[in-house]
Design a protein around this ligand. Sequence first.
Ligand code: NAP
Length: 316
Amino acid sequence: MAHMIDGDELAAELRAEIEEEVSVLRLSAVRPGLATVVVGQDQEAHWYERHLRRLAESLDYRYSCDQLEEYATLDDVVATIGKLNADPRITGILVLRPLPGHISEHQVSAAVDPRKDVEGMHPWNLGLLAMGTPRFVPSTPAACFYLLDAYARSRALNPISFYRGKTLVIVGRSMSVGKPLAFLGLQRDTTVVVCHSRTAEAGHLAEHVARAQILVAAAGEPGLIRGDMVSDGVVAVDVGTNAVQDQVSGKVYLTGDLDLPSVSAKAEAITPVPGGVGPVTDVWLIGNVLAAAAMAAQVEPRFGALITRRLLLEKD
Ligand code: NAP
């Protein structure tokens, strides 16, 4: 059976590093401040807002949340972001998704001050990521590589040769997950294949997935990837977080895009859902708020240095 990469444990380690850095920054009177903006009544967005509030407050960050009505206009959202951009106590801004259909995601991302864009979704920050010199690495793709790096370290594998020349197959091409994953994969010298719904419609998903030495599933379809589709020894990361209702008990539970029993029977290592990518994602985002605070105060951010070391793998 595959080695299970423990996201909860790794998130706790990352959090401890952030806690230490927060206490160092406090000596220079620097305090990170996270502002969230929620538009409408989406239950998951509200649940995530409360989750982030608890996480930020437990680290003694400043925290604020603006809640806008479902019928708020793009101008209303941009005005709220403008107020937060101008507030020096706020070092990171997160506009929660999903947004109501009449609000342009691109325009919202572009309205956030790129120095406070802890999601890394501003066009400038995405451009920096594509160039291989990121300011903020989007948290979910960062979490995937954080887990993979940790796995390589735990096996005493050379982190450079762990990736170099390997075939990395990503299922999903969203702006927040699939595309940044592709840039990070290229940065590590993997050969990147990105699949999407048209790949599946054309009947080519299985053949690409079968070539994966490292596989990241981020499609949002429960059990999309089965064991009979993957190669022996694949290292598989499951981003999918799907709420599914049990047919018998009626209970709702979370499951990933990988069919865990059959894929883990063939994989070398795998991340579970829940307890894999999710917890590291949350802590990474909070770490980006810390890095933003350090950058705003022009204090050398050690977390920033860690990002460089861990996510870009300084080349020999
Ligand atoms: P998204 O914006 O809906 O994108 C899904 C991507 O998957 C799209 O590119 C889509 O293709 C592709 N896709 C859908 N069905 C497919 C299929 N049958 N075969 C191949 N590709 C398929 O979703 P997202 O925001 O990237 O999130 C993806 C999943 O990750 C969701 O389950 C979400 O809940 C989860 N997630 C988890 C975390 C975490 O921290 N754990 C964070 C973010 C997201 P097209 O582009 O052609 O439509």
